[in-house]
Design a protein around this ligand. Structure first.
Ligand code: SF4
Length: 329
């Protein structure tokens, strides 16, 4: 039976055995059939008119030893970024309070490290505890973790750890050479085994093929447990990074990628992440229709611009969308 003929009542089944040809077939469906299927799956597990909102703060910026080809925070590239040391805890908590007042339910803290030092973890744990005391969920992204560090974060009450796979295993070495795909998978496994929720997705528009996008989705969907959050990023091309000048991805292909992520991981929050600033309101509405139900909110992502908070609020009003909802259905 082809993907388009699959009965809708069984389409929202949670599976971990997706085959590449099935995912490629979903990505290639007629657009209207794909969106219909994604909406049908979405409505089984989520309120279709509710979007979870996370806020993201860079707690340590730039001077990163890694060579991720998209990233202005790498010390290897000549971008216009001002490096900043790990922030004091009180400054982070002030930003979290502000994000809460603007409606964010989760506060994500990102540090530009290959992997943190143990003494860094102590300060991050203080941040996690402070943000939780404000009544928000916490997420951090700190690079590769040791067992001891993972456990310290778990003991500190961390809710989510973000660690993206970025792209397919085949294409990974075209984008990053300073670590392997397996390194990523190992950290993800450590985080999952420690009982921390996983936030894991990728970036599209990096010059990858349609098969690479399908393989990334297969990798995510066939994890023993689906990531609770799946950020799908559109490459933000930053001058000075190797990926600046990459051919722009067709926005419809981006929407298709969101829709297939929704179908493969029916219970996950699919997050419309980087690249939103360059998207029209209509494009974002299409992404929500395709099953995206989480965004980053606030004027900045880690270092790149994000739509202004007020504009997001107006868009939500125009779409009749509410902010909120638990992070995981
Ligand atoms: S994506 Fe993360 S690990 Fe890679 S260069 Fe940027 S900050 Fe470093």
């Amino acid at each position: 039976m082809s993907a388009s003929q699959k009965p809708l009542e069984s389409a929202a089944t949670i599976r971990h055995d997706w085959q590449l040809h099935e995912v490629e077939a979903l990505l290639a469906l007629p657009f209207n059939d794909l969106i219909f299927q994604a909406q049908s799956v979405h409505r089984v597990y989520f309120d279709p008119n509710e979007i979870q909102v996370s806020s993201l703060l860079s707690i340590k910026t730039g001077s990163c030893s890694e060579d991720c080809g998209y990233c202005p925070q790498s010390a290897r590239y000549d971008s216009d970024l001002n490096p900043e040391a790990l922030m004091p805890v009180d400054a982070v908590l002030k930003a979290a309070q502000q994000a809460k007042e603007q409606g964010a339910s989760r506060f994500c803290m990102g540090a530009a490290w290959r992997s943190p030092k143990d003494r860094d973890i102590e300060r991050v744990v203080e941040m996690v505890q402070g943000v939780k005391a404000l009544g928000m969920e916490t997420c951090v992204t700190l690079g590769m973790l040791s067992d001891k560090q993972t456990q310290a974060l778990k003991d500190g009450g961390l809710d989510y750890y973000n660690h993206n796979l970025d792209t397919s295993e085949d294409y990974y070495s075209e984008i990053i050479t300073t670590r392997t795909y397996q390194d990523r998978l190992d950290t993800l496994e450590r985080v999952r085994d420690a009982g921390i929720n996983v936030c894991c997705g990728g970036i599209v528009g990096m010059g990858e093929s349609a098969t690479d996008r399908a393989k990334l989705l297969v990798q995510l969907a066939n994890m023993p447990k689906h990531p609770e959050s799946v950020p799908i990023n559109m490459l933000v091309q930053v001058e000075g990074t190797p990926l600046h000048g990459t051919e722009t991805l067709d926005p419809i292909v981006f929407v298709r990628t969101i829709a297939v992520a929704r179908i493969l991981m029916p219970q996950s929050r699919v997050r419309l992440s980087a690249g939103r600033k360059a998207m029209s309101d209509e494009m974002q509405a299409l992404c929500f229709l395709a099953g995206a139900n989480s965004i980053f909110y606030g004027d900045k992502l880690l270092t790149t611009d994000n739509p202004m908070t007020n504009h997001d609020q107006q868009l939500f009003e125009r779409l009749g969308v509410r902010m909120g909802g638990s992070s995981y259905a």
